[in-house]
Design a binder for this molecule. Structure first.
Ligand code: CP
Length: 317
């Protein structure tokens, strides 16, 4: 495993090696204990400035990055597209040039266009972290999902993970597929045929439209929200019919393994993809995912902030 992180940016998991993903997870593990101390702060990013640019709504990712930056003692700028001069017509390039003029060291960006963080990363000398781009990737979400599975199951190798829901529009599913398969997990995707991207089987996953088949041998079921905000046509007759066929509830769960984990990246539409009873029940690790997101984002910021000085060394890896 490499002991030094060399990449300037984290734009996705597609191009990372298994060793790099492992390094991110192991670094998150070692940073997890910072949040358990009475003084939850380390000076690692003191004097560095991080700009959080969110052109799409976010609760978990935005506050998790902001807290991770504070825990590492960075100065931060919070930018939301809806409260900025973007609404007056300023384009992304000009917005970012203005932020760059303030001499920031690192940009965290969520954008509704697939590929926006990649273009930024290619054109700027500062590090760029993708906090979710269109339907393409959401690498830190996948890392925190993988971290949570590894924490609960002890390994990722050989673990069966079923994604159920709107696979077509899911950047979370795409990043998870890249990451999980590289670390030896077996992935199944399950959705009505209309919500499965063409050629998804070439990603090395099992594909089914049968919920029962997807969950039968799953160690983890990761539910995905129906993303109505990205849908410009009808993909199924009604939400009620979707819930009848694809909702995870107590009755369906009787057909899953007794130690199955229920995950969801959030936000959850209670009563659609997941019943309230299961969401708040003993199988659910949804809030553990949120907690682990902090350590994962601290690890990403920590590793990227070291690359301009020749790479961040990681103890014990
Ligand atoms: N999982 C996730 O990305 O949630 P937010 O949209 O609230 O950040």
């Amino acid at each position: 495993m490499p002991s030094v992180w060399k990449r300037k940016d984290l734009v996705g998991l597609k191009d990372l090696t298994a060793e790099e993903i492992q390094l991110l997870l192991d670094t998150a593990k070692s940073l997890q204990q910072v949040s358990l101390r009475p003084v939850k702060k380390v000076p690692t990013l003191r004097g560095r400035t991080v700009a959080n640019l969110f052109f799409e709504p976010s609760t978990r990712t935005r506050i998790s990055f902001e807290l991770a930056e504070k825990r590492l003692s960075a100065d931060t700028i919070q930018f939301t597209g809806s409260n900025s001069s973007a609404v007056k017509g300023e384009n992304l390039k000009d917005t970012v040039r203005n932020i760059e003029a303030l001499k920031v060291d690192l940009i965290v960006m969520r954008h509704f266009s697939s590929g926006a963080p990649h273009r930024l990363a290619q054109s700027l000398p500062v590090s760029v972290v993708n906090a979710g781009d269109g339907i393409n990737e959401h690498p830190t979400q996948a890392l925190l999902d993988m971290f949570t599975i590894r924490e609960k199951k002890g390994t990722l190798s050989g673990i069966q993970v079923a994604f159920v829901g709107d696979i077509l529009h899911s950047r979370v599913a795409r990043s998870n597929i890249w990451g999980l398969t590289k670390l030896g997990a077996k992935v199944t995707v399950c959705a009505p045929k209309t919500l499965l991207p063409a050629g998804i089987e070439t990603f090395g996953v099992r594909v089914t439209s049968s919920l029962e088949e997807a969950i039968r041998d799953a160690d983890v079921i990761n539910l995905l929200r129906i993303q109505t905000e990205r849908q410009d046509e009808c993909y199924f007759p009604s939400i009620r019919e979707y819930a009848n066929n694809y909702q995870i509830n107590s009755e369906i769960l009787k057909r899953a393994k007794p130690d199955v984990l229920i995950m969801h990246p959030g936000p959850v539409n209670r009563g659609i993809e997941l019943s309230s009873e299961v969401m708040d029940g003993p199988y659910s690790v949804i809030l553990d995912q949120v907690t682990n997101g902090l350590a994962v984002r601290m690890a990403v910021l920590y590793l990227l902030s070291g690359t301009r000085r020749g790479g961040r060394k990681v103890n014990g890896s």
